[in-house]
Design a protein. Structure first.
Lengths: 300, 320
């Protein structure tokens, strides 16, 4: 079984990738307004160098920084039926998909990768908010199941970075069914004794939080990430009162007992390595940006 | 009788028939008034049959939410004996949107769990319109766990617009509670059957309906989002709910084609609200049939059956 589709070195790859070359070389920090040079911003993992605001980061860029030497292999995700409901709103669903694929250079809203970080083998799953709001449809469900299966098969821990507005409405009930489907995947991990760590990033809302994104052994969030089931606007409309400052943000959830930790993006890698090595009974890590392992070590 | 907007012509005919009979009772009007009224009845009945044979998805949504439709407590009262409500999540409170407890179904002890919407202003507020808070899901988790330990089948009756979007509900972990409840459904080694009796609203419904067998009443709905919500997001206009209801394929008929549900339970002509007793009896028959299909299965097989069922979902598309 060939589960490896391609072997990529994203740091090199990224120089040529469409989405990594912004038309505008400057990005304005939405929080403090500072103009950030794109190179400087990406070197800083898309965290504002002035105010520490965490801007969105794609799974590919995140994985490039996460894995040793930026090297990882993609885990193949089974293709679901395209547009199973023949959904049409103001646009046709296949047209929305094509537009998202064109603007992101990605096939879908989730990337599953296998590699080593700090010489610690790991399966990583990244949800891509830039692809139709990271919405959860059949593909995302298939990706999580594929990741869990691979983790169980190899005994490697699984780290999932969530980012989604919720369900993919264009897949109707089948998007809703990804809640139980992905929960089956989490169940597989738990029964196999595989550590499952969730890193919630801004924003993670709706059915995604009400399934796999809230079922980690350890729940970490990036600073100020919006994490909720019902969005603040819906709640304000329902209860007709103003919500408190910081409501549904990572720090608020931490204070209410819903998270284990809130961790700065730049501290995340070391923290994950440390936790994973403890959970899997390995010796203390070597803390350095290690070169990529030999490709052979990641072969199945 | 509460009439829906699209039932207006029907309401007119039925009102006319009633008017004729009222006149007859007072001794006014012609001798053959009953004959005329009966003719109107027949016309109304025919119209009712035609209307309900071709309900659009949006009309089904309205029927699924109909105030006179039998609710969870009606089913529990009629189909179960010795219902013993059990309350509380042992952490924060008791959620009145979720009614649950021990009961007997055809003599067999079981656990029944469902959303209750209430049927007048006071009871609707008491039951929070069937919108559960984390405590409701945590109560269900606790009781499903108990059912598992004592080998009791679990029967869930789903009727909710969705989980409650409130400040406290979010602070106390609405999403975590729903996720855990869905996971609990996947863990229990006892038969779990679910009937969507009205509205199957999003994650709030899934948390109870991750079952071995799922049935829907003929005019109930089950959806990832309400048609109004979908319309306001995708059409940027909540008034486009008819289009959204169409696009979402939220009817029992479409969900059966997608293999998301197993059975469609026929409703009386004119919907469950026209003849609640008949609708309730039909649901009872189907619950019995679903439990019979699962009887004799070992705990591990029941768990496997449930997981494989959900893993396999999405294998079929609908015809264009
Ligand atoms: Zn800034």
């Amino acid at each position: 079984m060939n589960w490896i589709t391609n072997y990529v070195r994203p740091r090199i790859n990224s120089l040529f990738s469409r989405r990594e070359v912004p038309e505008n070389l400057w990005t304005k920090c939405p929080e403090c307004g500072t103009m950030l040079f794109h190179r400087e911003l990406s070197d800083n993992l898309n965290v504002c160098t002035n105010c520490d605001h965490h801007l969105a980061i794609t799974p590919r860029a995140r994985f490039a920084a996460l894995f040793d030497g930026g090297a990882f292999v993609e885990v193949k995700v089974p293709e679901p039926i395209a547009d199973p409901l023949h959904f049409r709103d103001q646009k046709k669903y296949p047209d929305r998909m094509k537009a998202a694929q064109k603007s992101t250079g990605e096939k879908e809203a989730m990337l599953v990768a296998e590699g080593e970080m700090g010489r610690t083998p790991v399966i990583a799953v990244g949800q891509d908010f830039s692809f139709m709001g990271g919405s959860m449809g059949m593909y995302v469900g298939n990706a999580i199941i594929a990741a869990a299966e691979r983790a169980v098969q190899t005994g490697k821990p699984l780290v999932l970075f969530s980012a989604a507005g919720g369900a993919r409405m264009q897949e109707g009930i089948l998007s809703l069914m990804q809640m139980p489907r992905t929960t089956v995947a989490v169940k597989m991990l738990k029964e196999a004794g595989i550590p499952y760590i969730v890193v919630l990033t801004h924003p993670t809302t709706g059915g995604v939080t009400a399934s796999y994104a809230m079922l980690g052994d350890i729940q970490i969030a990036e600073p100020n990430a919006l994490i909720c089931f019902a969005g603040p606007r819906v709640i304000e409309q329902t209860i007709r009162e103003k919500l408190p400052e910081g409501f549904q943000r990572a720090e608020y959830l931490l204070e209410h007992g819903m998270l284990d930790r809130v961790t700065h993006r730049k501290a995340l890698r070391d923290e994950l390595i440390s936790i994973l090595r403890m959970l899997t009974g390995q010796p203390a890590p070597t803390r350095a940006d290690l070169p990529a392992p030999e490709p052979a070590t990641t072969e199945a | 009788m509460v009439y829906l907007d699209f039932e207006k012509p029907l309401a007119d005919i039925e009102a006319k028939a009633e008017e004729l009979r009222a006149m007859a009772r007072k001794g006014e009007g012609a001798v053959d008034v009953e004959k005329e009224a009966a003719a109107l009845d027949a016309k109304a009945q025919q119209m009712l049959g035609e209307l309900y044979a071709s309900l659009t998805p949006w009309r089904k949504t309205l029927v699924a939410r109909h105030a006179d439709r039998p609710h969870c407590s009606d089913y529990v009262q009629a189909l179960f004996t010795e219902f013993t409500p059990l309350a509380g999540d042992r952490a924060f409170g008791d959620d009145h949107a979720v009614m649950a407890g021990l009961a007997r179904f055809n003599e067999m002890p079981c656990m029944v769990i469902g959303h209750e919407k209430g049927n007048d202003t006071k009871s609707r507020i008491h039951h929070n319109f069937g919108m559960a808070r984390p405590e409701g899901y945590r109560k269900a988790i606790r009781l499903m766990d108990m059912a598992h330990r004592f080998g009791l089948p679990v029967i869930t009756l789903v009727d909710t617009p969705g989980a409650y979007p409130g400040k406290g509900a979010e602070e106390r972990g609405q999403s975590e509670a729903i996720a855990r409840c869905t996971m609990k459904c996947l863990e229990i080694g006892v038969p779990l059957v679910s009937v969507i009796i009205g509205e199957g609203g999003s994650g709030g419904a899934v948390a109870f309906a991750t079952a071995n067998r799922i049935a829907m009443l003929e005019h109930s709905i089950y959806s990832v989002i309400s048609p109004e919500g979908c319309a306001s997001i995708l059409w940027k206009d909540a008034e486009k709910m008819r289009d959204a209801a169409e696009a979402l394929r939220l009817t029992a008929q479409d969900l059966k084609k997608l293999d998301v549900i197993d059975r469609i339970i026929p409703e009386p002509i004119g919907g469950a609200q026209r003849d609640p007793a008949a609708a309730i009896a039909a649901v009872g028959v189907e619950i019995g049939a679903m439990l019979a299909e699962l009887s004799g299965m070992k705990p591990a097989d029941l768990i496997r059956d449930r997981r494989e069922k959900f893993r396999a979902m999405g294998a079929h598309a609908l015809a264009a």
